[in-house]
Design a protein around this ligand. Structure first.
Ligand code: FES
Length: 111
């Protein structure tokens, strides 16, 4: 089977832009991608391990991609998060797939 890699564009908490090559066949979510590229300090993202229970992976999706709607757990967690906007999502709740090619996001301030 052909290996598919997509591009994801991330702005980190320092305002730096990163253009990532992300494999679609490793069952990763966006938070894990951000961690694997070390775009947020250790212990400052993914604190709950991707269970939608901490909001440390909160991000803003700035491209026009149609993402799967948030689960009730994600919505509930975002109710409690800081600096929530219309385009807020928990990056751990977004699985990597080919449809995310060229997705753009900003990592929210740490919370
Ligand atoms: S890692 Fe905790 S909510 Fe995403």
């Amino acid at each position: 089977m052909e290996k598919l890699t997509i591009k994801i564009h991330v702005t980190d908490r320092q305002g730096e832009h990163h253009h990532l090559n992300v494999p679609t066949d490793m069952s990763m979510n966006l938070m894990e991608v951000i961690r694997s590229y070390e775009l947020a300090e250790e212990g400052m993202i993914g604190i709950c391990g991707g269970m939608a229970m901490c909001a440390s992976c909160h991000c803003y999706i700035t491209s026009k991609h149609q993402l799967k709607s948030p689960s009730s757990e994600e919505e509930f967690m975002l109710l409690d998060a800081n600096d929530v906007k219309e385009n807020s999502r928990l990056s751990c709740q977004i699985p990597i797939s080919i449809e995310l090619n060229n997705l753009e996001l900003i990592i929210s301030p740490f919370q």
